[in-house]
Design a protein around this ligand. Structure first.
Ligand code: GUN
Length: 283
């Protein structure tokens, strides 16, 4: 019998703890502020940014939105970031991705002061994560770890297979799982005989971005399946990378989409904003 991992419940729990700590900072006269930059009018980005603002409201973090037009130049964006880097009241800065094609994403990410980089996308912070010397961890992978911890799912010595090698999910996910003493395999679109790896996995983390990519025949009995994918099915309904209806029967634990990893990313973003605020104020 499988158990559904409830990301809404765990994210609410994390946000309520953040809220308590934000209130304690408030009593000391310290505000926590997150600057969110959005460039252009990508509808998915708009939804994510609105959700981030809502989470800030729920936790007492001050959110500031900087909405820039599609025609914004790289220089203008870099100028804004430079200004926010200098502003003492701004504790965290994030620039919603993807950016319009005429803007160099890497240049923009690395322009954010690493001490304010709550996404943990900058090369300095990615490096710090890999050597285990960090204050904040990448939001989505850390969200997965929080889910596994909450449900008491041990990782030490476990065979964990990540499908997807992105800088945002796959690679930092490997780093955090290694820290938990798991044995980690990163598979991807060019992996030969993917099932060979997944069928031996105690934990599968799907982050490929293809609907129903992980099918029941790829999963061993009793596995834990974590679905990071956010796709649309034929009817325009949200779905993950896992064929949930068929895979669930083989699992011990499984995350749904929506309501699994999605809410966790934002909860960790709030946690990170709180953490950088405390660090900047020597709390
Ligand atoms: N685009 C998709 N996911 C993310 C995220 O976690 N942070 C930012 N800044 N952009 C994204």
């Amino acid at each position: 019998m499988y158990k559904i991992i409830d990301g809404k419940e765990v994210s609410s729990f994390i946000k309520s703890r953040v809220k308590e700590e934000v209130a304690v900072l408030g009593e000391k006269g310290i505000k926590s502020t997150l600057a969110v930059i959005i460039v252009g009018d990508d509808p998915a980005s708009r939804v994510y940014v609105n959700n981030k603002k809502r989470a800030c409201e729920a936790t007492g973090i001050v959110s500031r939105e900087y909405a820039m037009t599609q025609e914004t130049t790289e220089a203008e964006l870099l100028e804004l970031i430079s200004r926010l880097n200098e502003e003492k009241e701004v504790n965290g800065i994030l620039c919603q991705l993807p950016l319009p094609r005429h803007i160099d994403e890497k240049k923009v990410i690395d322009a954010i002061n690493p001490e304010k980089d709550v996404d943990v996308f900058s090369e300095v912070n990615v490096g710090k994560m890999w050597i285990g010397d960090y204050d904040v961890a990448s939001c989505t992978p850390k969200g997965v770890i929080e889910l596994l911890d909450y449900y008491g799912i041990a990782l030490e010595g476990k065979n964990c297979v990540i499908i997807g090698r992105s800088n945002i999910v796959g690679k930092p996910m490997a780093s955090l799982l290694l820290e938990k003493n798991a044995t980690v395999t990163i598979c991807h679109s060019r992996t030969a005989d993917l099932s060979f790896f997944t069928r031996n996995a105690d934990v599968i983390i799907a982050a490929v971005g293809r609907k129903r990519f992980v099918t029941a025949d790829m999963v061993k009995d009793g596995a834990v399946v974590i679905d990071v994918g956010i796709n649309r099915d034929e009817n325009g309904k949200l779905c993950g990378d896992v064929d949930f209806e068929n895979v669930k029967e083989k699992c011990s634990f499984i995350t749904p989409v929506p309501g699994g990893c999605g809410p966790m990313t934002i909860a960790v973003l709030m946690k990170n904003t709180l953490a950088v605020t405390k660090k900047q104020n020597n709390v």
